[in-house]
Every structure is written in C-alpha cells, then in structure tokens.
Design a protein around this ligand. Structure first.
Ligand SMILES: Nc1ncnc2c1ncn2[C@@H]1O[C@H](COP(=O)(O)OP(=O)(O)OP(=O)(O)O)[C@@H](O)[C@H]1O
Ligand SMILES: [Mg+2]
Length: 347
C-alpha cells in the first residue's frame, strides 16, 4: 500500500492525499482526517484456532495411579521420538472407567499440548450407530478453522487435510469409545508431535499390531478403592458399617459405574442400613433391577446390568473371556453386545 502524505502545513502543494493498494487486505480502515493514534487488531488468515474440547473430569475420581503413570510414561517417551504418532489404547469392559481415566489424565497433562486437544465420542457401543470417520473429520476440520465449504468431500481428502493441519502441532487427540481399528485409522495424525488415546471395550489388537499402539488394560477397582469410592459418594453412613460397605462394593463387582449407582441408591434411602441394601443386592435378579440406571439407557447398557453376555476380550488373535466375579458368583455387571457385527475380529 502506498500513502501519499498531505503537504506540510502552510504549503499549498497542490497534491491531494490518495491511497493505492494492491493484494489481499484483511483489515482496512479508510478515513478522511485522522487525529490521534489508530490501532488495528487483525487475525492473520493462516492462524489455526486452538481447539479445547476436553470434557470435564469426573468428580470423586478414585485414583488409577498405576494407569495414570503408564500414560505419563508413554507420553514422555513419545515426546523425544521422531517416529510415528504415539497411540495408546485403553481397553476394558463397559463401565470400568476408561473414559473417566483418559479425561482425568488429559486434564493433568493439558499444558503439554499448547496447540489444543480434540475429543470425540465415537459411539462404538450403545444404542446409537458408531460415528463415521468422515463425519468425525468434518468436526475436527471445523474445530481447526476450516470453513464448511472448504471441507473436502471424500474421506481420504478429509484425512489428508487433517494430517496437514495438525502436522508439527502439539495436539492431544482422544478417540473415545471406538468400535474397531478401521473406525479409528483415518483419524490418526501423521506426525509425532501429536499424541492419541483411543478407548474401546475391544482390545483393538489391529491397532497394536499395525500402528504400534500401546495397550493399557483397565480392570475393576481394587476393593479398598471401590469401598472408598462408595464412602466418598454415599457419606459417613458407609464408614459406620465397613464390612457391609465392602460387601456392597463386591456386589457391584468393583465397577465404578455400578458403584456410583449403588451409592445413589444408598443416598435415596437415608434411613436404611447399608446391610439391608446388601441383603437386597444378594439376590441376583434384585441386583439387576436395583443397579439398573433405568432412565438412562446408555448408562444401563454400559453397566451391563440388563444384559449379562460375557465380555469378549481379544488379544493377538486369541480369544479369551473375562468375567468379573463377585463373592457370590459371576457379576451381573458385564458388557452388553447389542450389535453382532462388533463381535467380529478386529482388523
Ligand atoms: N476412577 C474412578 N473414580 C470414580 N468414578 C469413576 C472412576 N472411573 C469411572 N467412574 C465413573 O463410573 C462411570 C463409568 O465410567 P466410564 O464412563 O469412564 O466407563 P467406560 O469404561 O468408559 O464405559 P463405556 O465402555 O460404557 O464407555 C462414570 O459415571 C464415571 O464417572
Ligand atoms: Mg467410555
């Protein structure tokens, strides 16, 4: 831009003030006479927004110290590694606390990702259809500042644009509740500056084998932690009946979700003794009914309190089944598999 200055005071000059401009202008101020300073704030067109998509942490989180440390170690070792994107998978049955763990951890390390964090619930299980990777990329690209009309049409093009945008940027990507490795693959950045955590009820052994993901298996809470969580949620009444509180925790198979429902049950009956609740839960059918969250279908499904199919845990092509046991036999709180397709081996 060229600005021809007005003639100094006192000179007639004969020249008029004029502006000449060529090129792209992001912010323009045009005025006849300006007195005082003018400050123009602009956002350069090539600045990519910083997404901050972490959901809130769980209240009364019962510390998964070993698993948090494992994630820390993976992140630290990935930091200096110029290789492919580091991926961690967190596998475990419904309601065991996979999402709660990754969100809790992510809040602790969020400062290590100055370029932000992307989060998506892929709906791998539960009543709604799993999200399509193309739709997820649409969301991610928008979060990274790509306008609707600029979003490529095909999955491959969206994935490529996504990788371009996150290249060299320190972004945490959380792909929660994945159903298969194929659902996840197009969503992987191509750069080691990003760190990806995938949660799934499946082992996603294909991601481990082909993409070198590190798998963390999440199991029920230790009895002491499960009882402590009940006490934290249901108050001092539990502390006055410590043995009953332990039994209650066992009836919940030490699964955080079932523990939360049981605590809610105890809170709803302030006059009842904990022992009474334990007696009611001792009957398996009664346990299913009482621990059913009822008004929340996805929670009920996640708790597995309605469906008692076994949780198929696959690893390295071998299939083994893992079924939590309570003191009185198999727990009702195992995962539901509504969709037969998802029992197919992971690619
Ligand atoms: N360590 C924990 N301390 C306290 N509460 C927890 C903990 N882990 C999970 N929860 C609670 O238990 C419930 C289920 O946890 P979460 O949703 O993380 O399970 P999930 O394994 O992700 O289940 P799904 O397979 O259905 O996605 C949530 O209400 C969560 O708040
Ligand atoms: Mg989850």
């Amino acid at each position: 831009m060229t600005i021809a200055s007005p003639p100094p005071a006192g000179e007639s000059g004969g020249e008029t003030t004029r502006n000449e401009f060529s090129g792209v202008a992001h912010a323009v101020v045009q005025a006849g006479v300006i007195t005082g300073g003018v400050v123009v704030h602009t956002t350069p067109a090539n600045v990519v927004p910083i997404p901050r998509q972490l959901p809130p942490s769980v209240s009364e989180f019962s510390d998964r110290t070993a698993h948090v440390a494992e994630l820390d170690t993976l992140l630290t070792s990935a930091a200096g590694d110029p290789g492919p994107t580091a991926i961690s998978t967190i596998s475990g049955m419904a309601g065991v606390g996979k999402t709660a763990l990754v969100i809790h951890w992510a809040h602790q390390v969020r400062k290590r990702f100055p370029d932000g964090h992307l989060y998506v619930d892929l709906h791998g299980y539960g009543p709604s259809q799993p999200l399509d990777a193309a739709d997820v990329l649409d969301q991610f690209l928008r979060a990274l500042g790509v306008g609707g009309e600029e979003i490529p049409k095909t999955l491959a093009d969206r994935a490529s644009r996504f990788r371009t945008l996150v290249d060299q940027r320190k972004i945490l990507v959380i792909l929660d509740n994945a159903s298969t490795a194929d659902q996840v693959r197009p969503l992987l950045p191509g750069t080691s500056s990003c760190f990806v955590v995938v949660t799934s009820r499946d082992a996603l052994s294909g991601l481990v084998a082909r993409e070198g993901a590190r798998r963390i298996d999440l199991d029920m809470l230790p009895l002491a932690d499960a009882t402590a969580l009940l006490q934290a949620l249901a108050g001092p009444r539990l502390a006055t009946e410590p043995e009953a509180a332990k039994e209650l925790a066992q009836h919940c198979a030490r699964l955080p979700l079932a523990l939360r429902i049981a605590a809610e049950l105890a809170n709803a009956r302030p006059a009842a003794r904990v022992g009474e609740l334990v007696t009611e839960l001792a009957d398996e059918q009664q346990r299913l009914d009482l621990l059913d969250a009822g008004d929340d279908e996805s929670t009920a499904v996640a708790a597995g309190v309605r469906h008692r199919s076994r949780w198929n845990f696959r690893t390295g092509g071998r299939r083994r089944e893992q079924l939590p046991e309570t003191d009185r036999g198999p727990c009702a709180c195992t995962s539901a598999r509504r969709d037969g397709r998802r029992t197919l081996p992971d690619s």
